[in-house]
Design a binder for this molecule. Structure first.
Ligand code: FRU
Length: 497
C-alpha cells in the first residue's frame, strides 16, 4: 500500500489496484446485484477495456469476481448492458437454463478486420453471470460507424407488442438511436432522438425507462438519460435527462430544446442527473426488485481522471441511487435518494445530534462530530445570512464547503481548499446548482467518504457529486453563516468507521 491509499473509499466500490470507468451490465439476478464495469485488468490507464465484475446484496459491500468479458487482439469490450432472457428468445439457453445476455460495444482495434469500427456484440452466461462466452457471429449490429456505442437493452411490453429495445449513441452526432429485436441477434431500426439540449460534448451511455409520476401507476412517463463529455453544467463530464413518452418506437419530450443548443447560458435550463463534477456514465439496473429504478455512475470526470492522486486503483463508483419522478413547481423532475445498507461496511456506527439552534455569523467547529466516513442530515431555516452551510473534511487550511445562498437560489460546493487540488488546473472549482426553498427550509443529506462528497438536497431534488482529496487528519465538521445568523433546525451525523 502507498500513502495515497488514504483515499480508498469505504462506502463506494473501487477496484483493488486497476483502472475503472463506466458501470456496465447492471442487473439484479438470483438475489444479487451485479456490477460490471469498464476495467483494464492489467493496469491503471484507460486501455485493454474489459468488463470487471463485482456483486453485492446490500449495495454497499461488494465481492470481487474474475474479469467477466476480456478484450482480445481484435476488440476492446466497451460499455453495454445485460438482460435476463427468461424465454430464451436468443437461443443461447441450454437444458432449460435461460441465459443472461450481455450486449456490449466491440471497439475494433487497429489491424483487426473491422479496424476503427464500433458495433454491438453479444456474450452470454449460463451460470448466472460469472462466466461468459462471446457469440461467434459478432457483431450483431454494425452501421459502419466509428462512434456507435453503449447499448442499453430492455424488454418492452406495450400496445405495439413485446420485444427488446436498444438505445445506443452516435456519440459525435449527439444522437440516441433506438432499435428493436425479437431475439437479440437481429436488430431493426426504430428512430433517432437528438441533437437536443446540452450538446457541448459527445453523447455517451444512454438509458430509457418508465417511472410513475408521484407514485401514480396510472400516470407513467418515460425518462431518457444521456451522458455527455464535456459540456456539463459545471464543466467536463455530466449526465442530462428528458421526461417524455415512448410509444414502442419513438421517444418524445416536451422539454426538448433544439434551437440555440450550444448557448452556455442555457445549461441551467436543462435537466441534469447531477450538478457536480464527478457523476458520469450513469446507467440503471435491469430487473431491480419491486420495480425500483436504481442507478450508479462512475464518480469521476474525463477532464482529470488521468491525474488523480490515487495509487494504482483508479477510480470509484458513486453510491447507488433510487430514482422517482415527482411534480415540483408544476414540472416533472427526477428525484434521487441514496440507497444501501451503509452500516454493513462498518465495525462501529455512532451518532451525533444537534437540536434546533442559532448559528451566529462566523464558523463553528462541532466538537465530537469529526469523521472521514459519515452521513450528515441537516436542515436550516434561512435568516439574515447571505450564505450558510457546512464544511466537511476540515482541518488546518483544508475543507470542502457546501453552502446555500438563499437570495441567489443556489447551492455551492467549493473544493478549492479541499486537499490535493493541484494535480489538474480544472480541479479546484467552486460549483453551483439551482435550489428552491421547500416549506421554508433547506435540507441536505451529505455522504462524506475518503475521497468524495455526495450532496442530496431538498429530499433529492438536486444532487451534486464531487471528488475531494483531503488529508486523513482533515476530519472536522463545522457550520458557518455569512453576513448574519441562520436557524439550524436539526443536524444528525452517522459515523461509519
Ligand atoms: C464513457 C465511454 C463510453 C465507452 C467507454 C469506453 O465514459 O467513453 O462511451 O463505451 O467509456 O471505456
Amino acid at each position: 500500500a502507498t500513502t495515497t491509499d488514504i483515499f480508498r473509499p469505504a462506502l463506494h466500490y473501487s477496484t483493488g489496484g486497476t483502472w475503472l470507468n463506466d458501470p456496465n451490465g447492471l442487473i439484479f439476478h438470483d438475489g444479487a446485484y451485479h456490477l460490471y464495469y469498464q476495467n483494464n485488468p492489467f493496469g491503471s490507464e484507460h486501455a485493454n477495456l474489459s468488463w470487471g465484475h463485482a456483486t453485492s446484496t446490500d449495495l454497499v459491500s461488494w465481492t470481487d469476481h474474475p474479469v467477466a468479458i476480456v478484450c482480445d487482439e481484435n476488440e476492446d469490450i466497451f460499455s453495454g448492458s445485460i438482460v435476463f432472457d427468461r424465454q430464451n428468445t436468443s437461443g443461447f439457453g441450454k437444458d432449460g437454463t435461460a441465459p443472461l445476455v450481455a450486449i456490449y460495444t466491440s471497439a475494433y482495434k487497429p489491424g483487426s478486420m473491422l479496424e476503427g469500427i464500433q458495433a454491438q456484440s453479444l456474450a452470454y452466461s449460463l451460470d448466472g453471470g460469472y462466466t461468459w462466452s462471446k457469440y461467434a457471429e459478432n457483431p450483431v449490429l454494425d452501421r459502419r460507424s466509428a462512434d456507435f456505442r453503449d447499448p442499453k437493452v430492455f424488454r418492452y411490453e406495450g400496445d405495439t407488442g413485446s420485444y427488446w429495445v436498444m438505445v445506443a449513441v452516435e456519440a459525435q452526432d449527439f444522437q440516441v438511436l433506438l432499435y428493436k429485436s425479437r431475439d437479440l441477434r437481429n436488430w431493426e431500426y426504430l428512430s433517432t432522438f437528438g441533437p437536443a439540449n446540452a450538446t457541448g460534448g459527445i453523447w455517451e451511455c444512454p438509458d430509457l425507462f418508465p417511472l410513475p409520476i408521484d407514485g401514480d401507476p396510472e400516470n407513467v412517463k418515460w425518462v431518457l438519460t444521456v451522458n455527455l463529455n464535456p459540456g456539463g453544467p459545471n464543466g467536463g463530464s455530466a449526465g442530462q435527462y428528458f421526461v417524455g413518452d415512448f410509444d414502442g418506437a419513438t421517444f418524445t419530450s416536451a422539454t426538448t430544446v433544439t434551437e440555440g443548443l450550444q448557448d452556455p447560458d442555457r445549461l441551467g435550463e436543462y435537466q441534469w442527473l447531477d450538478w457536480g463534477r464527478d457523476y458520469y456514465a450513469a446507467v440503471s439496473f435491469s430487473d431491480a426488485p419491486e420495480g425500483r429504478r436504481l442507478m450508479i455512475a462512475w464518480m469521476n470526470n474525463w477532464q482529470y481522471v488521468n491525474e488523480l492522486p490515487t495509487a494504482s486503483w483508479r477510480s470509484p463508483m458513486s453510491l447507488v441511487r433510487e430514482l422517482t419522478l415527482q411534480t415540483i413547481g408544476g414540472e416533472t423532475h427526477l428525484v434521487q435518494q441514496p440507497v444501501g445498507d451503509w452500516a454493513a461496511v462498518s465495525a462501529s456506527v455512532s451518532n451525533f445530534n444537534l437540536p434546533e439552534t442559532t448559528i451566529p455569523a462566523g464558523t463553528t467547529i462541532l466538537d465530537g462530530a469529526a469523521g472521514t466516513v459519515q452521513r450528515i442530515d441537516i436542515s436550516w431555516t434561512p435568516g439574515a445570512a447571505e450564505e450558510f452551510g457546512v464544511v466537511v473534511r476540515g482541518g488546518g487550511s483544508q475543507g470542502t464547503r457546501i453552502g446555500i445562498r438563499p437570495a441567489e437560489g443556489t447551492m455551492v460546493v467549493d473544493r478549492r481548499e479541499s486537499g490535493h487540488t493541484d494535480f489538474h488546473e480544472a480541479f479546484a472549482s467552486i460549483d453551483t446548482a439551482p435550489i428552491r426553498l421547500v416549506e421554508g427550509q433547506y435540507q441536505l443529506t451529505l455522504f462524506v467518504d475518503r475521497c468524495s462528497v455526495e450532496v442530496f438536497a431538498q429530499g433529492g431534488q438536486v444532487t451534486m457529486t464531487e471528488l475531494v482529496f483531503p488529508s486523513l487528519t482533515s476530519n472536522d465538521v463545522s457550520l458557518y453563516s455569512v453576513g448574519g445568523s441562520t436557524t439550524l433546525n436539526s443536524l444528525h451525523i452517522t459515523q461509519y468507521a
